[in-house]
Design a protein around this ligand. Structure first.
Ligand code: DLL
Length: 434
């Protein structure tokens, strides 16, 4: 099949052209932020910088970083780059201490975002002939509405399913002859397994491609999904702070994800020193949004660890490619799509009078993430009464649900029964094969 592009004049532009766009847009964006976001202006002033010193991408490294902590400090409106009456939508992600990151969009921001996801869908072969079932969650999460916008732009018949209700998902795929499926890879795997149990073989499933992202997934998982559903599975990357899915997407070559460089400048830095690393070296991915108006983040540290490649891609696209994220430079876990920090769990335990001796065990059972928390009782709490222990466990489950929005399994264990480490404590055991 010949490669289809959603915007060929942009997606296959020369490197010189891409650099020229980035230079011009960066200069404009820094001025926009200086004039409209006092929080970032102060950060620039602290470094003795003015917008005049930013003449192009060569000067990017002079600009201060932004991190999740800045967004928390500036919550909710501190990073807003336009008057509130120009904002048409928000999305949100869970944050470090229960405070969420709220991202804002003007209509132009939504349109640009839709272009990004439309490019991803087109790269996966979508056209107006297709029926696209969007089974990412709709609502504050960016997955549903992000792919929805792109799907409509491509002209697909868009099915806004949202997540859950597996039986209905399968019924619609079959009855409407859905050809494209958008959801998390773990949910795709679960859907595939459910269809297999129903006795459906890949040739009885109308799907031809899937756009899967929002969490880490392996090549092994890709092969499993492709086999059970009889499709080609494509990766898509993004984060709420930079609009959502579509910051980068896979093409038919599947040798990394093309970053939409007309909207985002990518850098790789050493997560410890902040130093910019040369192409090909692994480090933390940092993005500067050069076209977004309402939430114009400059040098935003994603904490995702990956490698960039500018080698020519056989699909013809000239945008730089990022590898699948290989981990995170912080300790954030993504459990059933929810961002969880071990420190949040610790807060709940300590608030309820437990010692900081605990272990978090994450696993994936039947394609669903599980979260088990083992907590040591203090000698004073220690009791043989099953009723008392159950009551305490329930209180912890409730506390964790309030903090994380997730149901965890809690097991109280005897004092001093969790192995102590001689170096850094191992609090998290992630058994998922990703
Ligand atoms: O997960 C946006 C999204 C929705 C992407 C649907 C793709 C599809 P957040 O909830 O803000 O946004 O989580 C962002 O998820 O920093 C990565 O650590 C991780 N992540 C996203 N896509 C991938 C991927 C959405 N393809 C965080 N592979 C990011 C691995 C991913 N990790």
């Amino acid at each position: 099949m010949a490669e289809r592009y959603f915007q060929p004049e942009i997606e296959t532009a020369s490197r010189e052209q891409i650099k020229a766009w980035q230079d011009e847009r960066l200069v404009k964006q820094v001025r926009h932020v200086w004039n409209s976001v006092p929080y970032y202006r102060k950060k620039m002033e602290e470094k003795g910088l003015t917008p005049d010193e930013i003449k192009g991408t060569e000067d990017l490294h002079k600009l201060p970083f932004l991190s999740k902590y800045d967004l928390r400090d500036a919550y909710p409106y501190g990073m807003l780059g336009v008057p509130r009456d120009q904002v048409v939508r928000i999305h949100s992600t869970s944050g470090t201490t229960g405070k969420r990151v709220v991202a804002f969009y003007t209509q132009a921001d939504v349109d640009l975002w839709d272009d990004c996801t439309a490019r991803a869908l087109t790269a996966a072969g979508a056209t107006a002939e297709d029926v696209c079932q969007v089974s990412y969650g709709y609502g504050l999460f960016t997955g549903g509405m992000g792919l929805h916008g792109g799907s409509q732009k491509v002209g697909c018949m868009t099915v806004p399913m949202s997540s859950g209700n597996t039986e209905r998902q399968i019924m619609f795929i079959r009855d409407l002859n859905a050809t494209i499926l958008c959801c998390t890879p773990s949910y795709a795997e679960y859907l595939g397994e459910s269809m297999k149990e129903m006795g459906l073989t890949p040739d009885q499933i109308p799907l031809k491609a899937g756009i899967f992202g929002a969490e880490a997934w392996s090549e092994e998982m890709r092969r499993d999904i492709e086999k059970t559903l009889g499709i080609k599975a494509y990766d898509i990357y993004g984060l709420t702070e930079l609009s959502g899915p579509g910051v980068a997407f896979e093409c038919s070559a599947q040798q990394g994800m093309h970053i939409n460089e007309d909207h985002f400048i990518a850098e790789i830095i050493d997560p410890d020193t902040g130093e910019v690393l040369p192409e090909g070296q692994q480090g933390e991915l940092v993005f500067t949004a050069i076209t977004k108006q309402a939430f114009p983040l400059i040098r935003y540290r994603t904490r995702d660890i990956c490698v960039l490649s500018r080698e020519k891609c056989s699909c013809g696209r000239t945008f730089v490619r990022m590898s699948k994220p290989r981990g995170r430079s912080d300790d954030m876990l993504i459990i059933r799509g929810v961002n969880v920090f071990p420190s949040q769990i610790e807060t709940v335990l300590l608030n309820q009078g437990y010692p900081a001796n605990y272990q978090i065990i994450v696993d994936r059972v039947n394609y669903t993430d599980t979260l088990d928390v083992q907590v040591e009782m203090t000698p004073e709490m220690f009791t043989d009464s099953v009723g008392e222990i159950e009551k305490r466990q329930k209180e912890l489950v409730a506390g964790l649900r309030t903090m994380l929005g997730l149901t965890a399994k809690v097991t109280l264990v005897a004092p001093k029964s969790i192995v102590r480490s001689e170096g850094k404590a191992v609090r998290v055991i992630d058994k998922r094969r990703i």
